[in-house]
Design a protein around this ligand. Sequence first.
Ligand SMILES: *Cc1c(COP(=O)(O)O)cnc(C)c1O
Length: 404
Amino acid sequence: MSRRHAHVETRLVHAGSPALKGSSGPVNVPVVRTSTVRFADTAAQAALQRRRAAGERDATYGRHGMDTHQALEAAVESLEGGYRTVLAPSGLSAIVLVLLATLAPGDHALVSDSVYSPVRKVDKSLLQRYGIEVEYFSATHDDLESRIRPNTRLLYLESPGSLLYEVLDLPALAAQARRHDVLVAVDNTWSGGLYCQPLALGAHISIQAATKYLAGHSDVMMGVVTVDSADLAARIGAAYDALGLSVGADDAYLTLRGIRTLDVRLARHHQNALRVAEHLAGHPGVARVYYPALPEDPGHALWRRDFSGASGLVSFAFAHPDPATAARFIDSLSYFSIGASWGGYESLALEAAPERLAEHRYGREGEAGGSVVRLHVGLESPLDLIDDLEHAFDATRDALRRSA
Ligand SMILES: *Cc1c(COP(=O)(O)O)cnc(C)c1O
């Protein structure tokens, strides 16, 4: 069976599935848990070590991961269209792995200012101590090329951006960086890798918090890094080994199981979120909705050009300026749980912290400044979710009236 040119829905179902042993075998890859890898003889051990040193994907120790890990890596490679995928114990550790593998003391990195905000903590607590300088810029307002210095090594982007979903012009930004031999890494978590392939748009490295849509059931922490070349695979692999990273086989299995249904889950997240976003856009209690699949979103044209679908993340700003609005609203919801993270089957609501929003140059121009709520729209009936939101709007309006 040739899987190379199959459609993505087909590849998601078949990538990494185990070969038959003899005349039969399981559909699913087995969960191969091990610390020690054993060898037939010392010559076999030496041969495998040589292959690994030459950049082959061979395990000589449990930390390298065996069949289950390799099956997941193969599925993500196929999804992202990359040369090699490396697993990491969380999305954030995948980001740290990329930063430490690509940057050295004295280097400068440019990072889009609407990035997942814990990246700034990595910068403060780790990169600054190692003499690496990170500069934040607005990828929709600033001129990138004028900020590139002789020691700039990395352009780190996230599109759509965190909290307000600022859609970046990835091909244009990547082309500018490439003219100066600057590596381009993109956090691709929002699209699940299904709706956007940053490597095809010019990035060298695509990162996902597989914790979110790839695993998809709020029961795994996992990160994935996909690179476009053998050279980058070797650099990331060396940093991975040096950091002593390792991923459990059970978590790799659960993530691969999630990937099998990625297409159907994401299609429903998109459909439900669009209905919720459209409802919110027509609501008198709402000043603005942030969702790139809405035609009035400033990123809509770029989203249509570079993405084939949208996630379940929808944010909105309240028309009412009282900063207590978001908390009242969230506390009145019942189907939306209060929690960070997203990408599971369930709906979530969270207030976007004003200090996080203040880090973004995007999105808050000319606004009254009402508080912002981020919803993750899950796989429940959108009618029930909209009812729940309506009830919360009513309860919030009554509470604000009483306190006025
Ligand atoms: C959640 C998230 C991460 C971090 O992933 P963890 O698995 O929680 O460490 C990174 N980037 C984005 C965009 C995320 O949403």
